[in-house]
Design a protein around this ligand. Sequence first.
Ligand code: NAP
Length: 261
Amino acid sequence: MGLFTDKKGLIFGVANKNSIAWGIAQALHEEGATLGFSYAGEILKKRVDPLAASLNSPFVEECDVTDDGAIDAVFAKAQEQFGTIDFLVHSIAFAPREELTGRFVDTTRAGFRTALDISCYSLVALAKRARTLMPDGGSILTMTYFGAEKVTPNYNVMGVAKAALEATVRYLAWDLGKDNIRVNAISAGPIKTLAASGVGSFRKSLSYVGEVAPLGNVDQANVGDAGRFLLSNWSGGITGEVLHVDGGYNIMGAPDPEMME
Ligand code: NAP
């Protein structure tokens, strides 16, 4: 018996085998979960289809989270397929590449809207529909980054979007607590993925964090393990929380002086 035997859920945000959502999917599959996948665009279908098939997933549907009709359609199909669900993973973020480098003061209105819409509002939109499929409660998990808490050069508008996302986690946790639905976030350390490669100087950040963090860099499997916990009954008393899975980077005030010599 796995932790997720007889449990079903939806995972939004697998783009390829490097995606953080894929690390979470593998961990849940190991625990016996039945998984449904949703990906952003037609181009990803050829990548996501075989990944989903490798975990015996009966459900792979396209959904652009900027489109309410597309979100309604994917949840209608999920209801047909699964009836009810126990968990949902939101592992989605986007900002135009030109917003993820240079001066924050140059952030455009359009870039700001896009980043907040796709990276933050989408959690509200998915949670609203997930609630109707969770009559006995459930667990919702999203992905955030330290740039929400402290200035991280080049992360720019995405840091603002993640700050809003973390506040959204708390408001949803309060509101959906009545429905016995928990809402939490994992704040992952930098991991090489498609989305990460869009952030200016990502490689340098990755190697810096690897040096400074007490445990060095983390990987998709570390995040998957934390996802196992936050999506399961073992975290039954936890909601509105942001759990750092960052090798301890966030506890550091300054790097070890020996590193600076
Ligand atoms: P990823 O593999 O590129 O995943 C990002 C996902 O967001 C992709 O599947 C992408 O699909 C999807 N997405 C973008 N726009 C969308 C839209 N309009 N509708 C539906 N889906 C859309 O990168 P990742 O690093 O695993 O990112 C997953 C989450 O982890 C993000 O929230 C990210 O901010 C967060 N995170 C990442 C790191 C890191 O260092 N990698 C650290 C902390 C937090 P397309 O490829 O089709 O756009």
